[in-house]
Design a protein around this ligand. Structure first.
Ligand SMILES: *Cc1c(COP(=O)(O)O)cnc(C)c1O
Length: 394
């Protein structure tokens, strides 16, 4: 195979070589436990602290409010479950959106079994949260609003500052799953009134299995993992020092390159969108055209099956994902695509391509050429498409 194009950076990213280099000594010569008292371990304690500072600075937060976890899913679980428990005397109502990641939606399912009531707010056809619906949903017993910063499937970036303002106005806590946004686009927890924020290293060229939950000072959240006194007694377990160092290094690079990367990545993204719209008829761009992640492209192609598309792209050395990605081989179309109003059959023909800073216009040319041929081929085998063409030729 002479070509390999990886367009699934929303699923995970490659670890940057600089990140690996920064991590390596913490497996070997600096293997100490940061909690130990001797000088040998002090280096590790400092490395953990330095990473925590870099991460706090990246969202204008206080270093003491950053708690390392084993990834985004753990941070999401912690935020929801611990808030529910800590504030249930005030009320048992939680508001979220219809397009959250399963780490939020399935945690909400769990909380329902514990007597909590969940309201799922609609999004519009671009995937933007309906703020009017959010306001209407607020009740005296609402304790938490959890809305993702940017969507992992269709890339729509939410009006986070407005949501934060609404939460604050009503004295309700606001959590955001920022796994797709952190390190990709600017975040300011104070300006946006964010009380809790989840992020994960492996979505921004850091290692897998390390993330954090930001918890604003003053929140009464309990510890999620019980045991030692690590993470200010809120998340027990010997620190994943190499992971934390890798996360800090990845964030430091992401922040220093953010402006330039957002500019160049958006340019390649828009080039890809434009080329597809020109080359392939009966397609639809999913997600907001401008308020979207710089690396996200999501299209539905009529008369095409997303899974077949993926397999044929794979044979050309192109990695992408479809509307039902990461859900255990389920054939149900994605809840996100249904929430933006796509009929089942259109949602089934969806393709997500997520770029990295390395993706070039040459990659895009190659991908669109292959994609155009594949869509044509799949349509030529579709009886529905044949009928449609016949009808429209009269
Ligand atoms: C990837 C992802 C998660 C899960 O993060 P992990 O570190 O893989 O547990 C949660 N939310 C969103 C939006 C994601 O994209």
């Amino acid at each position: 195979m002479n070509h390999f194009v990886y367009l699934d950076n929303a699923a995970t990213t490659s670890v940057r070589p600089e990140v690996v280099d920064a991590m390596l000594p913490f497996f070997t010569e600096n293997f100490g436990n940061p909690s130990s008292v001797y000088d040998f371990a002090a280096k590790n304690k400092k490395a953990v602290n330095d990473s925590r500072q870099i991460i706090a600075d990246a969202m204008h937060a206080d270093i003491r409010d950053v708690y390392f976890t084993a990834g985004g899913s753990e941070a999401d679980n912690w935020a929801l479950i611990a808030t529910a428990e800590a504030y249930e005397s005030k009320g048992k109502h939680i508001i979220t959106s219809k397009i959250e990641h399963h780490a939020i939606l399935h945690t909400c399912d769990y909380l329902k079994t514990r007597g909590f009531e969940i309201t799922y707010i609609d999004v519009d056809e671009n995937g933007t949260l309906r703020l009017d619906r959010l306001r209407e949903a607020i009740r005296p017993d609402t304790i938490l609003i959890s809305v993702m910063f940017a969507n992992n499937e269709i890339g729509t970036v939410q009006p986070v500052k407005e949501i934060g303002a609404i939460a604050k106005e009503h004295g309700i806590l606001f959590h955001t799953d920022a796994v797709q946004a952190f390190g990709q686009i600017p975040i300011d927890v104070d300006e946006m009134n964010i009380d809790m924020l989840s992020a994960s290293a492996h979505k921004l060229h850091g290692p897998k299995g390390i993330g954090f939950l930001y918890i604003r000072k003053g929140l009464k959240l309990r510890s999620f993992i019980h045991g030692g006194a690590q993470e200010r007694k809120r998340r027990a377990g010997t620190e994943n020092v190499p992971g934390i160092v890798g996360f800090g290094t990845a964030v430091s690079i992401a922040v220093s390159e953010m402006e330039e990367r957002v500019r160049s990545e958006s340019e390649v993204r828009d080039y890809l969108i434009e080329k597809i719209e020109k080359a392939i008829p009966y397609c639809r761009l999913n997600g907001h055209r401008t308020k979207r992640l710089p690396n996200n492209v999501n299209f539905s192609f009529q008369f095409v099956e997303g899974e077949s598309l993926l397999i044929m792209l794979d044979m050309e050395g192109i990695c992408a994902s479809s509307g039902s990605a990461c859900t255990s081989g389920s054939l149900d179309p994605s809840h996100v695509l249904l929430a933006i109003g796509l009929p089942h059959e259109i949602a089934h023909g969806s393709l997500r391509m997520t770029l990295s800073g390395e993706t070039t216009k040459e990659d895009v040319d190659f991908v669109v050429e292959k994609l155009t041929g594949i869509v044509e081929k799949l349509r030529s085998m579709s009886p529905l498409y044949e009928d449609f063409i016949k009808k429209n030729s009269h």
